[in-house]
Design a protein around this ligand. Structure first.
Ligand SMILES: NC(=O)c1ccc[n+]([C@@H]2O[C@H](COP(=O)([O-])OP(=O)(O)OC[C@H]3O[C@@H](n4cnc5c(N)ncnc54)[C@H](O)[C@@H]3O)[C@@H](O)[C@H]2O)c1
Length: 343
């Protein structure tokens, strides 16, 4: 392996961190996995043992400061991101931080100020849909003007089930809808000015007291409207798509591409079709690969691609307003800081 490789450390090796470890170790050119950190040291140690040249560093902040780590992937829970992102900035290290950037607008603003004071952008936020080939193509199509001005977006976000009873109504806004927030900002190239979260009668498959599905409506700065259905116990599979409605046409990213046309005889009936994706690790596997490859390439060049810390901050601010709307049912204006003074 070349000595020019980006030496990557990963903080938090649960589901996403372990997935990224495999990716960096085997699928990303110009990068290698050198360290992992997790309070569950047994898990981190076992993971490090799987990859040649990787070691476990118990303290995540020691991993960030380590001279043998060039750049960091942060895949710990959102409530510890702030400290770890700030440590990356203080150490001058590029970081790919899984969403959310932080848990509230104030802490995201502290990240933006730290980057401004450091004099350079170092943080990419893990909004991987920007790297999904169909989503990226749709954004390019809309930006090209070929379809005319974009008027509406309709986002659909369905998971088969979320069995975790701790996944409450607020988490549907903060952990699921947050992706649609970034999609809306990415496709329109504008900020969201208001959000309203509607609460239909819940499915009987949701945990007690959880509002699922939810419908959120965004108003964009230029007057466009975005409707979003988030349904995390839809029972069928993982379904994520975005339909854009423009003045001269429409386009959809995320239609299932099963590859195979299949038929099946079951219970005396004949069925045709294909399988729904089971979850996001399958549906967005390619997007995650492209996201981390682009991050590694940009880090080696000394730049940042994809969603920036401003994008992470804006998404957090919209979700904060969304949680207020979830409680009241009323539209809530999104409060954003003046971008100029943060650059
Ligand atoms: N981009 C996406 O599509 C996507 C999908 C799922 C999760 N995520 C995000 O990825 C992050 C991790 O989610 P997950 O599903 O892998 O969670 P997880 O619970 O499976 O894993 C989290 C890991 O972090 C460890 N951890 C806890 N405190 C820590 C600390 N202080 N420092 C370092 N590690 C710590 C835990 O022990 C655990 O191993 C979250 O921010 C989540 O929102 C993003």
């Amino acid at each position: 392996m070349s000595t020019q490789d980006l030496r990557v450390g990963i903080i938090g090796v649960g589901m996403m961190g372990a997935d990224h470890a495999e990716r960096v170790a085997h699928r990303i050119a110009g990068a290698r996995l050198v360290a992992v950190s997790d309070p569950d040291t047994a898990r981190a140690g076992a993971l490090a043992a799987r990859y040649d040249g990787a070691r476990m560093i118990a303290d995540p902040l020691a991993l960030v400061a380590d001279d043998d780590v060039d750049a960091v992937i942060i895949a710990s829970p959102g409530f510890v991101h702030e400290e770890q992102v700030l440590a990356c900035i203080a150490n001058g290290k590029f970081a790919m931080c899984e969403k959310p950037l932080t848990m509230d607008s104030e802490s995201s603003l502290r990240v933006l100020r730290a980057e401004r004071d450091a004099g350079r952008a170092l943080i990419q936020v893990g909004f991987m849909r920007r790297f999904d080939p169909q989503y990226a193509q749709l954004q390019q199509l809309l930006a090209s003007g070929q379809l005319g001005r974009t008027l509406l977006l309709h986002n659909t976000h369905r998971n088969k089930t979320v069995p975790n009873p701790e996944f409450r109504s607020e988490m549907i806004v903060r952990d699921s809808l947050v992706h649609e927030v970034d999609v809306a900002r990415f496709m329109f190239g504008e900020e969201i000015t208001t959000i309203q979260v509607l609460s239909p009668a819940p499915t009987s498959h949701a945990c007690e007291g959880v509002i699922d599905p939810q419908v959120a409506v965004f108003t964009m700065a230029g007057g466009g409207i975005v409707t979003n259905e988030v349904f995390v116990n839809c029972q069928v599979g993982y379904e994520v798509r975005c339909e854009a409605v423009s003045e001269r046409g429409t386009a959809i990213a995320g239609r299932p591409q099963t590859g195979l046309y299949t038929t099946l005889a079951e219970g005396g009936e004949g069925y045709w079709g294909g399988l729904a994706d089971p979850d996001f690790t399958v549906r967005f596997n390619r997007a995650y690969d492209l996201e981390i490859q682009a991050w590694a390439d940009a880090s080696r060049r000394g730049s940042v691609v994809g969603a920036t810390s401003w994008d992470g901050y804006a998404a957090t601010a919209v979700c904060a307003a969304g949680m207020e709307s979830l409680a009241s049912g009323a539209p809530v204006a999104v409060a954003l800081a003046d971008r100029e003074i943060l650059q």
